[in-house]
Design a protein around this ligand. Structure first.
Ligand SMILES: [Zn+2]
Length: 907
């Protein structure tokens, strides 16, 4: 009795949230006050921030409460919003906030610019958006986040788990997993486990109780909640008992006696004082009567919870599989958003790759003591960071919000492009000459080429190529040219270059082979009107051919376009959900087809009533580039339609296919089956769709016959039929799926005064290969696709670029095989510091490094915010039954296959 009394006394002496000694038989609950603030969704970012009760008010409100009372804690997630708020504060408030962070009252979860989506994001963009947020926290607070927070993303990827470990997180918290899996895990006390994303990386994983991130039901006291039921003298006991029961129930699904629960919801906590007051009444009641409730509740942060949990010495189950596709109902699979709004997905993917190259070029220019405006890098980083949000790139925001994202990126991109133009002027010792890229959309003309040529002016095409050690390899430049002009193309020495032109329906495309030369970053060619008749550019003649639905293209594969009709019941396809009525059927009728057979390029072009297709191959290789122009989808019969592309092969893949995770490692998928859980899949199509962001591949059992399809943006895809790969291209719907968007996914454009569904040019690369013997081949094409040279057009008779000194010229040791390592460089905190990464894209083979003597390298975690050694020393260890293997330990100057290393380099 005495003992209990003393312990209770101890607890009461401490303020809430700082409970130091706790009876071991008590259940200990950590409540995490947090607000889930989407970086755009139903409203734009600015609307959400400045709204009455918006994010500005939320942060003001919780900060005020934390300053008043040290027992209060709060977790902030989205740095995009926190930076907006921070920039409005005076020095006193800034000092207060620093103190709150010091007190561990204010924690940052994930600390990314946003909570990025995990299905439709590309791995480089995830790294960038996390780095952006982490850099802000490091610069302003010397703060390093240690907890991942992916509580609203619609499924979870292997890459996000892998990167969470590489970023120095001790755990990550998830909300949404498959509804059947959740029930299974609840029963088996497996809502906490360790994910082994590969042989070296693992992360402790916590699934929020009941799969969401809100307060316990009945305890949401936020002023925005119309159903809030405040605490009174009359209902205090009843509410305390209710909460006690709730947590005792929760305790049955977790191991040990330490529990965690979120306290908050979307855009909540704009009146933190009232929320805390209400909750305090119940917490005090329970804590002061621990003999009755056997429970202690405190405000805390996930970091505190994870530290307490780690001390418990409990062994956890492990998992290797990722969490796609997510479903919250037997007939609702969230696999529609893998494809929703392909134009936005394509734009983000394209600008993201452009940005990787531009950052490297920019850094190189800066290292050569040329003055650069760093705000331009910052602006594009922020715009692209915002686009990775789980309602942005996913295509699940309202149309006007998507337009806002588009504008944000486009504005930053234009500024960046102007900066590149001024660099090119500087390096060529010219001024006021505009170097501009052509429009990305293939159906446009290229004004910066067409107009000067029509005036008989010479056009310089500057080629920025940031690849490394790929000398001598061949690639192909492709550009639109005017129809009625004979042109010639010269190299830098004035020698005419070979090329072939294909003209279809008044649109002419020039194809030029190019030998890669990595001795310098800047190259150029000259395009001019051919007056002397000495051009080596040849126009190819078309030959009429016949294409039907069973025609083998280039005798290699059948290419079909099909349509799924969307279910029109109350459980229908929408921006998130894919729910077709039955199997896909042929989409459109065949019209005409022609073939061009050149030395450089061989091309088949065909038209259907619904689309146009170009299939190209170079030098007669088994690599096929498919460009599909998808016309407006007709939904005038009030029937939603979802269009797919199918590649039919002879490969016997026996229900198994591989999809790469955010463009990173391949995940094995088996039809109607999950490796780790016993799940029944009732939706045989939607439930077998996976996010494809990079490539999907099938192969026979021996791996000696494989086919992979690379895409140019995130799409949903599968292999539902033996030997067939399918990818969803576009969706035009007539219903909403009731997941909160309340808007029908029907992107439109106005063509000749008529409102039509948005039209789209979408590209795929199809590769046939021997996976056993050519393990790295697929990565070669991904590497080439990501590092396509940037073309800048300018009108001037000649140009000469001064050569930039490149300190990293020999950093990646040249190997005998084809280089597949990417080098990333971007400015870091100090003027003479750069964040440098190497990604070895090989599936097999080590990349050796040679550190330049004049530079200082410090190896860090993935986002550059802490020394790798420090993290490895301090990280929490978890006990699980995963069979440990002795792996090869890569040396400091080696990057293993499919691995990334990061350094802060001081010059
Ligand atoms: Zn959200």
């Amino acid at each position: 009795m005495l003992l209990i009394f003393i312990l209770i006394f101890n607890i009461q002496c401490n303020y809430l949230g700082q409970v130091s000694q706790i009876r071991s038989d008590l259940i200990r609950v950590y409540l995490f006050p947090h607000s889930h603030d989407d970086v755009g969704w139903i409203k734009t970012i600015n609307e959400y921030y400045f709204d009455y009760h918006g994010v500005q008010q939320i942060i003001n409100s919780y900060i005020e409460e934390l300053i008043k009372d040290k027992s209060k804690h709060f977790s902030q997630v989205e740095v995009a919003y926190f930076k907006m708020w921070w920039n409005e504060q005076n020095n006193t408030m800034k000092d207060n906030v620093k103190q709150l962070i010091q007190n561990q009252q204010l924690e940052f979860l994930s600390g990314g610019w946003c909570m990025n989506d995990e299905a439709t994001t590309y791995y480089e963009d995830i790294i960038d958006q996390m780095t952006l947020g982490h850099k802000f926290l490091l610069e302003n607070f010397n703060y390093v986040p240690s907890i991942g927070w992916q509580i609203d993303t619609f499924g979870h990827s292997n890459t996000q788990a892998l990167f969470s470990n590489m970023m120095g997180f001790n755990a990550w918290f998830l909300g949404r997993i498959d509804h059947q899996e959740r029930l299974e895990r609840e029963k088996k006390k497996e809502l906490e486990f360790v994910i082994h994303s590969d042989e070296e990386n693992s992360i402790f994983t916590h699934i929020n109780y009941y799969g969401f991130y809100s307060s316990p039901q009945g305890f949401d006291f936020d002023i925005s909640n119309p159903k809030r039921n405040y605490v009174s003298n009359e209902n205090l006991e009843q509410k305390s008992e209710g909460l006690d029961q709730y947590f005792k129930q929760q305790c049955k699904s977790y191991r040990g006696k330490i529990l965690a629960h979120t306290l908050g919801m979307d855009f909540e906590w704009s009146n933190a004082s009232s929320y805390f007051q209400q909750m305090d009444l119940i917490i005090n009641r329970i804590n002061n009567n621990s003999h009755k409730f056997n429970m202690i509740i405190e405000y805390g942060t996930p970091k505190q919870y994870i530290q307490a949990l780690n001390q418990q010495n409990v062994s956890y189950p492990f998992q290797k599989e990722d969490f796609f596709p997510y479903s919250d109902h037997p007939h609702e699979y969230w696999s529609g958003f893998f494809t929703s709004r392909p134009s936005f997905k394509g734009y983000v993917k394209r600008i993201g790759r452009y940005f990787q190259q531009v950052k490297r070029f920019y850094s190189l220019v800066q290292m050569n003591n040329i003055i650069c405006d760093e705000t331009i890098i910052q602006d594009l980083s922020e715009a692209l960071g915002t686009a990775q949000h789980h309602d942005a790139i996913t295509g699940t925001a309202k149309q006007y919000v998507i337009n806002d994202y588009f504008n944000l990126i486009h504005k930053a991109y234009i500024k960046m492009d102007n900066q590149i133009s001024s660099f090119l002027n500087y390096l060529s010792n010219t001024s006021e000459i505009l170097h501009s890229q052509c429009q990305f959309n293939e159906s446009d003309t290229c004004d910066s080429l067409f107009y000067p040529l029509s005036q008989n002016k010479t056009v310089i095409v500057t080629i920025i190529d940031t690849k490394i050690n790929n000398d001598g390899q061949q690639e192909y430049l492709k550009m639109l040219i005017p129809k009625n002009l004979n042109i010639k193309v010269d190299d830098e020495l004035g020698n005419p270059i070979k090329g072939e032109i294909i003209c279809i329906n008044d649109q002419c495309t020039l194809y030029i082979p190019r030998q890669i030369n990595n001795s310098k970053l800047l190259h150029y060619i000259k395009i001019m009107v051919d007056f002397d008749n000495n051009s080596k550019i040849i126009r190819l003649d078309p030959k009429l051919i016949e294409i039907k639905k069973d025609t083998k293209i280039f005798d290699k594969f059948i290419l079909n376009y099909k349509v799924y009709l969307s279910n029109s019941s109350s459980l229908s396809s929408g921006a998130y959900i894919f729910r077709p009525i039955g199997n896909a059927t042929d989409y459109g009728d065949y019209l005409s087809a022609i073939q061009f057979s050149g030395q450089i390029i061989q091309q088949i072009y065909f038209e259907k009533t619904t689309l146009k297709v170009w299939i190209s191959r170079f030098d007669n290789q088994d690599i096929f580039y498919i460009d599909t122009f998808l016309d407006s989808i007709d939904i005038s019969d009030q029937q939603g339609r979802e269009i797919i592309l199918q590649i039919h092969t002879d490969i016997i893949n026996d229900n198994i296919f591989f999809t790469n995770s955010n463009g990173f490692k391949f995940q094995k998928r088996r039809l109607n089956h999950r490796e780790s859980q016993n799940i029944k899949i009732k939706e045989k199509i939607a439930g077998n769709y996976f996010p494809i962001n990079g490539a999907i591949m099938i192969m026979n059992k021996d791996g000696n016959s494989a086919c992979a399809v690379l895409n140019d943006r995130a799409q949903g895809g599968s292999s539902l039929i033996q030997g067939v790969i399918e990818l969803m291209l576009q969706r035009r719907l007539v219903r909403d799926d009731n997941k909160g968007l309340f808007e029908i996914l029907d992107e439109q454009e106005i063509i000749k005064g008529k409102k039509l569904g948005i039209r789209q040019m979408i590209s795929h690369t199809v590769i046939f290969y021997n996976h056993e013997q050519q393990t790295n081949l697929l990565r070669e094409f991904q590497y080439q696709q990501d590092l396509q040279p940037l073309l800048y057009f300018s009108t001037q008779p000649s140009i000469r670029y001064s050569v930039l000194q490149d300190l990293f010229q020999e950093f990646l040791i040249k190997q005998s095989d084809i280089n597949l390592s990417k080098l990333y460089i971007e400015p870091w905190l100090q003027k003479n510091q750069y964040l440098v990464r190497v990604h070895n894209m090989r599936e097999e083979g080590i990349q050796k490094l040679k550190f330049p003597k004049e530079l200082t390298f410090q190896e860090t975690t993935l986002t550059g915010n802490q020394e790798l050694k420090v993290w490895e020393h301090n990280r929490l260890k978890w006990s699980d039954k995963y069979p440990k293997e002795q792996n090869y330990q890569y040396k400091y100057d080696e990057v293993g296959p499919m691995r990334i290393k990061t350094w802060i380099v001081t010059i």
